[in-house]
Design a binder for this molecule. Structure first.
Ligand code: UDP
Length: 341
């Protein structure tokens, strides 16, 4: 029988793509979402891709009683925990919103996991835990974590710490944190993708929205950084590759006889500058993008990209797609939601 995997935040950007890949791999995802940061129409969109409506429950991940009830009602074999807020700027303006949601959501799920150590648990972490790497810009999992630069970053940093402390107290748990680099792109069908709430903070959604005419121009935050073209460098990972990494992570945990707590970088291993991404978008989609250079954005890391050796050796995962695929898929998705040709 197919194993049921609870996907908290399963209607969100990364969650919805992971639901598709879980089904492809023979799992039975159960979406848990209260749509506060996603759109319920995602369920019907997923149906278009996978041929049936995915099982879903409306629930606030912080509501411990309801979470307990969900675990009593469904025969859940594994958990992938996405549900969390993720806007860096908003977290600076409203830290309590981030601490209360991101930490209590994690806490309520882990409370159940603690009682059911046979249930593997995968956590969405972030490369934000590395801060600005000193010296080498390629970070591996042994690179020391830095003091986070935002409350959002702290919630990921603390999330990993909570998991580690829990594992220290109870070594039979099976847990894995995936440190995402910069997820971009959309499903190649153009049926699901990122649906930013309000004005996007992230680069590629801002690019596609500008190309679609929602903004006059993209501001590139800073062109005087010590990089090949003066703009910041990130490791942009296609969301479908990232979704597959979650499947490999849960596969790995299901196969473990003993407890474990692993942390893995999920990126491509390649650094791309803001200007490189803009030019790739223009070239691959044959579009001229309006952009201008503006001042640096405070708190931006200059350059970081992943060392991805551990992901390959531990869970046999590596990225298959590149930024060309991502900019085409992202534009295809933007056009489909804006009804553009
Ligand atoms: N960026 C930009 N203009 C925008 C949004 C982002 O120049 O409108 C730059 C940003 O300064 C950073 C890179 O794009 O150098 C990636 O930013 P994003 O917010 O997507 O990811 P993060 O900073 O969290 O890695």
């Amino acid at each position: 029988m197919a194993k049921k995997v609870l996907v908290t935040g399963g209607a969100g950007y990364i969650g919805s793509h992971t639901v598709v890949e879980l089904i492809r791999a023979g799992y039975e995802p159960l979406i848990l979402d209260d749509y506060r940061n996603s759109d319920p129409s995602v369920i019907q969109r997923l149906k278009q891709i996978i041929g049936k409506e995915p099982e879903h429950v409306v629930c606030d991940v912080c509501d411990q009683n309801k979470i307990n009830e969900v675990f009593q009602t469904f025969d859940i074999s594994g958990v992938i925990h996405f549900a969390a807020y993720k806007a860096v700027g908003e977290s600076v303006e409203n830290p309590l919103k981030y601490y209360s949601n991101n930490i209590s959501g994690l806490n309520s799920i882990l409370t159940v996991i603690k009682r059911n150590p046979q249930i593997p648990f995968v956590f969405s972490s972030s490369c934000t835990v590395y801060g600005e790497p000193s010296g080498i810009k390629e970070v591996d999992e042994k690179t020391e974590r830095a003091i986070p630069t935002s409350p959002y970053g702290y919630t990921k940093w603390l999330g990993e710490q909570i998991i580690e402390d829990l594992f220290t107290s109870q070594g039979d748990l099976k847990m894995m944190s995936l440190r995402y680099f910069n997820p971009i792109g959309a499903h190649e069908s153009g049926i699901i993708g990122e649906l930013p709430v309000g004005k996007p903070n992230n680069l590629l959604p801002f690019i596609t929205q500008t190309a679609a005419g929602l903004h006059n121009e993209l501001t590139i935050f800073g062109n005087d950084y010590p990089t090949h073209d003066g703009t910041c460098i990130r490791d942009y990972i296609h969301v479908v590759d990232l979704a597959e990494a979650h499947v490999k992570a849960i596969d790995y945990l299901f196969a473990q006889q003993k407890g474990c707590n692993e942390i893995i970088n999920i990126g491509t291993g390649k650094g791309t500058s803001v200007l490189d991404l803009v030019k790739t978008f223009e070239r691959e989609n044959n579009i001229k993008l309006n952009y201008a250079f503006g001042p640096r954005r405070s708190g931006d890391v200059i350059e970081i990209y992943a060392n991805v050796d551990y992901a390959l050796s531990l869970i046999n995962w590596k990225a298959k797609k590149d930024i060309k695929d991502a900019v085409k898929d992202a534009w295809n998705w933007e056009k489909s939601i804006r009804h553009l040709k």
